[in-house]
Design a protein around this ligand. Structure first.
Ligand SMILES: [Zn+2]
Length: 263
């Protein structure tokens, strides 16, 4: 079997079986995507893309061997990398991507061609994330609060907020995701332990119109976002101006059947 080695941006908690301790895996081997994978995983993605992404990773990651459950511990940053690397390994770096021109006078909406290998991936080389139990955590400092601990976004946190995201309220989705990732807020005992933060906690921070805390949180969480860039600049084929679109690797992946002729 042909495989390729892939470096991950964050790394994920992994253990062979419950008798072992969790360790962090930052380097994996992936194989190519087969016709069977395509039909079975894409079929699942139509109903449940989040579960399908874990199923996909459990298939193409060959070292270490992963069950779907184990794949649920992989951060969304690393998931994007695994998807993109697997795509490139199977089909080459060229991909078509749906994009709209931001120039209102132009209004181009269509597909552009991107070279996935040109996207600059950022890695957590300084050990910002660390293993706590079976989760990857990181600590940021917020003025007036102190240490704030968050966990990497994985299947579990995304699943928690998927209903809100599907409802179309994107901002509520973003804040719910922050709340789902929040582990500790400041030094004060009882201000919240693992898993007890709700989005109301974050909403209440701006109750008197002061957005200082939430602005700091957003800016610092953004800096912990390793992996693929979240947006891409392209030259519009219609008006020639530079435009930008947001990168959603999972949507891209499941909208681009890997084995399609000429894809
Ligand atoms: Zn344009």
């Amino acid at each position: 079997m042909t495989t390729t080695v892939v470096q991950l941006a964050v790394g994920f908690p992994y253990r062979e079986d419950p008798a072992h301790e969790y360790r962090v895996v930052k380097e994996i081997s992936v194989r190519k995507f087969s016709m069977r994978d395509k039909i079975e995983v894409y079929g699942l993605a139509k109903k449940d893309p989040l579960t399908a992404s874990c199923e996909f990773m459990s298939r193409v990651v060959v070292e270490p061997k992963l069950t779907r459950k184990q794949a649920e511990k992989i951060s969304t940053s690393d998931r994007d990398i695994i998807m993109a690397q697997s795509y490139m390994f199977t089909r080459g770096p060229t991909a078509r991507w749906a994009a709209n021109c931001n120039n209102r006078m132009c209004g181009f909406a269509g597909e552009i061609t991107v070279d996935l290998s040109e996207f600059e991936i950022t890695y957590d080389t300084d050990g910002f994330y660390h293993l706590v139990g079976d989760e990857m955590h990181y600590t940021i400092q917020i003025d007036g609060v102190g240490d704030v601990v968050l966990k990497a976004i994985t299947f579990v946190e995304q699943k928690k907020v998927s209903k809100i995201v599907k409802s179309g309220n994107e901002l509520a989705g973003v804040y719910s995701l922050y709340a789902a990732c929040l582990v500790k807020w400041g030094e004060d005992e009882g201000s919240g332990s693992k898993g007890t933060f709700t989005v109301d906690f974050l909403y209440d921070l701006t109750e008197d119109g002061d957005h200082t805390l939430i602005d700091q949180l957003e800016a610092k969480v953004d800096k912990a976002d390793f992996g693929f860039p979240r947006s891409h600049i392209f030259e519009c084929t219609s008006c020639g101006r530079e435009s930008q679109f947001m990168i959603d690797m999972m949507s891209f992946f499941f909208q681009n059947p890997l084995m399609e002729e000429g894809a």
